[in-house]
Design a binder for this molecule. Sequence first.
Ligand SMILES: NC(=O)c1ccc[n+]([C@@H]2O[C@H](COP(=O)([O-])OP(=O)(O)OC[C@H]3O[C@@H](n4cnc5c(N)ncnc54)[C@H](OP(=O)(O)O)[C@@H]3O)[C@@H](O)[C@H]2O)c1
Length: 314
Amino acid sequence: MARAIVHTELGSPDVLRLVEVPDPVAGPGEVVVRIEAAGVNPIDAKQRSGIRPLPPIVEPRRVGFDGAGVITQLGDGVTGLGVGDRVAIHDTRGTYATALAVPVRNLARLSDGVTTAEGASIGIPAGTAYQSLRSLHVRKGDTLLVHAGSGAVGQAAVQFAVLWGARVVATASPERHDQVRALGGIPVAYGDGLIDRVREAAPDGVTVALDCAGTDEAIRTSLELVADRERIATIVRGPDAADFGIRAFSGGSPVPLTDEEKGWRSEAVPLTINLIEAGDFQVELGPELPLAEAAHAHELIEQHAAYGKIVLVP
Ligand SMILES: NC(=O)c1ccc[n+]([C@@H]2O[C@H](COP(=O)([O-])OP(=O)(O)OC[C@H]3O[C@@H](n4cnc5c(N)ncnc54)[C@H](OP(=O)(O)O)[C@@H]3O)[C@@H](O)[C@H]2O)c1
């Protein structure tokens, strides 16, 4: 039997349970991956608690979208991958588990220079950052403001934008400024006086903004500093982004991602693996917890009580 984290009701982290589940079988176009690490993302906790509503739970709901591990079984029609290959998994429900059947379109091969924990930390953070910056047409000559630049998505956004030649100002708490600086961003503290601090850090102005914080302050600051509202986006305030006249990419937005945007999210995974391998992109890793401690991982992420990406290890 495999083991997986499930929940049958919405609620606090203690609704998560580790249970035995049938061993997965690879269907056509799928492989079975023995999971060695699952990345923990805020959306996992939001869906568990019901903050981001889903259709009612009709059978035990599996958790987790990002992961990494080793292929143990190939389904019909799978070519170009083999048993024993290391892969990163993205956009596949149920990665908090010991094994999972995954469509090959949701896999990217992991190179030797990329650790399993790094591989499990790429899908949602790098995918969201890359797609958001592509959608906002971030390019050389831009000055980008990233709210929550010290978080997983924010750090990815800082790095992509710097690689593309933009100047990046990123908000973070003061103890996280060195981390933002190490990635090439100009850190500013969030909180009272943010607008003045950003103006000081970017005297020539801000041309584009990405909100990964979701606070009123972040929205207000972007509206004040960026002239073109088409170049302001949030990944958190989807439900009310339209009220501010700004864009939203998921995050509860009633407007779904376009096929092109979904394509960018997938494309980001192998691209990020290559950047890590080349030493041009960093993933900040946080605590590694046993799979059985998924509830504790959710407490940590909800309370912002750990720096770096938390991964669960079966
Ligand atoms: N729409 C989408 O598709 C999508 C995809 C991924 C994530 N998200 C959402 O985006 C958000 C960030 O995700 P993540 O994975 O990057 O989270 P994370 O790694 O847990 O980072 C959280 C960040 O929030 C910052 N923060 C905390 N309080 C803040 C405040 N008052 N003002 C400004 N920043 C504050 C933290 O900064 P310090 O640590 O420096 O204090 C940290 O950088 C979450 O709400 C998540 O659900 C949406």
